[in-house]
Every structure is written in structure tokens, then in C-alpha cells.
Write a protein that binds this ligand. Structure first.
Ligand code: XUL
Ligand code: CO
Length: 437
């Protein structure tokens, strides 16, 4: 097969002073930092949908991207050569993982049976390419939102047949993810939400989604898929209110339906900001409640209120997030998936390399900076000192649940006033962080 990216070789690490834009300045896969290689720390993944299916059309114009390997048809042959182009790209870039929806990789047929056959035909090529390169899925997922049948949602549809179709589709997507050796499986609630409560029974829809996910867990055990399930929180878009709106809403939902043992969260930067949180807040919350799993790495635009899915280049963000990832002891089955698209103006195949190289270097710098901050111990020391009163007998007794209101009342009546507060030193700490960038 003709090369999809002729003239581009394997992207090499050339160091921070290199002028070659097609080189890594900071990411060196084999370099050991903080006890692990950078590849092991960061576990980069390419998103098949944005990099190989998204032509970058917008409401005002058609797609602009050049994809010379793609004939634009819905044929199996085209899907197969697209898969080969994707693997050529990922191999040259040097990432160990990719993520995909079932409908990204193979075309939909006239019936579910035909669609499943199409998927099998492309999975055969994905498998060959995986064997050739060693690249495998970080996670698979099902597209339960593009086809008009899902216009009222999938598991939360008012139509039981659509619920059944979604179940059948997820079962197949899980089988395929297992066959490809995927490390995990994602549920992003595509249209699991609503536009207006005038036509929506919220309680019933949430119960249906809960039951859907319980059935998915049962099926996972039935087929022997050992990897974790992830829910990917997002507050809005495509629906006005999505049920999985943020990490806290997902935690409540998972607890209500008895699913916390089988699910973790896939935190996406741009979804966090749409929810009115920071990327780090969502990461920190997921970590605090024991649900941190994986990351969809991207960023939004401060001035735009939708999911712009831009490549992550903000070092401040990558440092803060890597501090949380390190505090969580790093990824296990998860990783950093670039759920990001090149700009509509960046339409040439080579732009896909520039975008990913920038994202990988930004996270490599985030990792190294976060490690340096931890090594110096200044932030850690400050935190320890700030909570020092909790490391006393009284603090420990409150934390372990042995102190009551009665005793605390007695204690404070005797003491009269709490010990003086210390400054939070917000600006000093912000200045300190800037010293490391
Ligand atoms: C949508 C989104 C999805 C999920 C996978 O905003 O992030 O692409 O990552 O379905
Ligand atoms: Co995502």
C-alpha cells in the first residue's frame, strides 16, 4: 500500500534546543523520570474519531481536511485502508495506544447483523496492524449518538427498542474491544440527557441508564472482559442537560445503582470546563473518591462555550493535572487519550503530526515539572504544615470517628477561642509554581 504520510519518518526526540518542528523537544519515550519511563507514565493514545473520521465541517462550511488515503466512500475496503493509514501515523508518532468507537472504524450496514459483519471485517485489519506494530486500544466504545435512531437518547430513550438496540451494540463493541486486547471500555453518555422536562420522566430515564450499565457489567463478566469500565462526565452538548454531568454527579449515580466497584471515571479537560470546573478539580475529585481512571486530554477555548476539543498546549494545566496524576500514583489501565482535533485551518496531513507532537511535549513538560515540584517538597511541606493540627491527638480522633459533639462542645467551652489561623499564602504558592515553569 502507498504510504499515507510520505516523507515523514519516525518522530525522534531531538531535545529542547532542536529547531525541527517534527521532533520531540521534551518527550523521550525511554527516558526514566520518577522511577518509570516517560512512555509508562504518560500512556499516550490517539483518538480514531477526531484524527481519522473528522473532516472538520462546521455549521457554516464543509470539511476541509485532506485525507489522501480516504476515497470518501462507505466501503469496507476504504475503512480497511483508513485503518492502515491510522497505524502508519501512530507508528511514526510513537504512541502505544488508540481509542475508537465501533462506528469510527467500520461503516454501518442496513441491518445490525450486516453492521456487525462490517465491523468484523475491519477488526481483522486492526488486529493485523496491532500485531505488526504492538499498538493496542486504550479503550473501545460504542457510538450511541450519531444515528437518528438515538435522537431521544440510547439507554435513556423513551423507546424500548432503541434501548435494546443500544444494548446489542454495546455487547458487540465490548466483544470487539476484548478481541483487540483493549485495556478498558468507555461509556460517554452521548445523548443520555434531555432538552425539556415537559417531555421527560427524569427518574425513569436515570433508572433505565442504571439498569443498562448493570447489564453491561453482567455481560462483561459473561465474556471475560477484565479491564475497567469508565464513565466520561460531560454536562451538556449534545443535550441541554446530560445525566453524567460531572465527576460528582457520576459518583452519586454510580453509588445509587451499585456500580462503584466496576466503574472509574475518564476525565476530559474540556468537559470539566463546560461543567464550570477546572480540569484539575475534576481529576482531584475523581482521585479523592477512588474513581480516577483515565484522561481525555484536550482543552476548550476561554471565549467559547462549547466542546472545542483543541489539542492541549497549556503548560499550567498539564503541570497541575500531572501533580494530581502523580498523587494518585499514576495510571494503571488508563492513559492520556488525545480527544482533540486539528483546527479547520490546519487541513494538511502533516498538521496531525504537529498537533500530537505539541500535546505530547506539553504533557512531558507537565510530568517533569510536577516531578520537580514534588522532589523539592516545598508544596508538600506547606500542605503538611497547613493541616498540622489534624496530626494531633484531637485531629486523629475526629478523623477516626471517636470524638463526639458532646466532647468537642466541652473542649471549646473550656478553651474559649480556637488557636489563631495561619495565612493560606495563595499568592506565594502561585508565584512558586511559576518558578518551575
Ligand atoms: C464527546 C467525547 C467522546 C468520548 C467518547 O464529547 O468526548 O468523543 O470521548 O465517546
Ligand atoms: Co472524550
Amino acid at each position: 500500500m502507498k504510504e499515507a504520510f510520505p516523507g515523514v519518518g519516525k518522530i525522534a526526540y531531538e531535545g529542547p534546543k532542536a529547531k525541527n518542528p517534527l521532533s520531540f523537544k521534551h518527550y523521550q519515550a525511554s527516558e526514566v523520570v520518577g522511577g518509570k519511563t516517560m512512555a509508562e507514565h504518560l500512556r499516550f493514545s490517539v483518538a480514531y474519531w477526531h484524527s481519522f473520521r473528522n473532516m472538520n465541517a462546521d455549521p457554516f462550511g464543509v470539511g476541509t481536511r485532506q485525507m489522501p488515503w480516504d476515497d470518501g466512500s462507505n466501503s469496507i475496503e476504504n475503512a480497511q485502508s483508513r485503518a492502515r493509514a491510522a497505524f502508519e501515523f501512530m507508528e511514526k508518532l510513537g504512541v502505544p495506544f488508540y481509542c475508537f468507537h465501533d462506528r469510527d472504524v467500520a461503516p454501518e450496514g442496513n441491518t445490525l447483523a450486516e453492521t456487525n459483519r462490517n465491523l468484523d471485517a475491519v477488526v481483522k485489519v486492526l488486529k493485523e496492524e496491532q500485531q505488526r506494530t504492538g499498538i493496542r486500544p486504550l479503550w473501545g466504545t460504542a457510538n450511541l449518538f450519531s444515528h437518528p435512531r438515538f435522537l431521544h437518547g440510547a439507554a435513556t430513550s423513551c423507546n424500548t427498542d432503541v434501548f435494546a438496540y443500544a444494548a446489542a451494540q454495546v455487547a458487540k463493541a465490548m466483544e470487539v474491544t476484548l478481541e483487540l486486547g483493549g485495556a478498558g471500555y468507555v461509556f460517554w453518555g452521548g445523548r443520555e440527557g434531555y432538552k425539556t422536562l415537559l417531555n421527560t420522566d427524569m427518574r425513569r430515564e436515570m433508572d433505565h441508564l442504571g439498569r443498562f450499565l448493570q447489564m453491561a457489567v453482567e455481560y462483561k463478566k459473561e465474556i471475560g472482559f477484565a479491564g475497567p469500565f469508565y464513565i466520561e462526565p460531560k454536562p451538556k452538548e449534545p443535550t441541554k442537560h446530560q445525566y453524567d454531568s460531572d465527576a460528582a454527579a457520576c459518583y452519586a449515580f454510580l453509588q445509587r445503582y451499585g456500580l462503584t466497584g466496576d466503574f472509574r471515571l475518564n476525565i476530559e479537560a474540556n468537559h470539566a470546563t463546560l461543567a464550570g470546573h477546572t480540569f484539575q478539580h475534576e481529576m482531584e475529585y475523581a482521585t479523592a473518591v477512588g474513581l480516577f481512571g483515565s484522561i481525555d486530554a484536550n482543552r476548550g477555548d476561554m471565549l467559547l462555550g462549547w466542546d472545542t476539543d483543541q489539542f492541549p498546549t497549556d503548560l499550567y494545566d498539564t503541570v497541575l493535572v500531572m501533580l494530581t496524576v502523580l498523587r494518585a500514583d499514576g495510571f494503571t489501565t488508563g492513559g492520556l487519550n488525545f480527544d482533540a482535533k486539528v483546527s479547520r485551518e490546519s487541513f494538511e496531513p502533516i498538521d496531525l503530526f504537529h498537533a500530537h507532537i505539541g500535546g505530547m511535549d506539553a504533557f512531558a513538560r507537565g510530568l517533569k515539572t510536577a516531578l520537580a515540584i514534588r522532589e523539592d517538597g516545598v508544596l508538600g511541606g506547606f500542605l503538611k504544615q497547613r493541616y498540622a493540627s489534624w496530626d494531633t491527638d484531637m485531629g486523629r480522633e475526629i478523623e477516626s470517628g471517636t470524638l463526639s459533639f458532646t466532647r468537642l462542645k466541652q473542649y471549646m467551652i473550656e478553651k474559649g477561642e480556637p488557636a489563631a489561623n495561619a495565612s493560606g499564602r495563595v499568592e506565594m504558592l502561585e508565584n512558586l509554581l511559576n518558578e518551575y515553569l
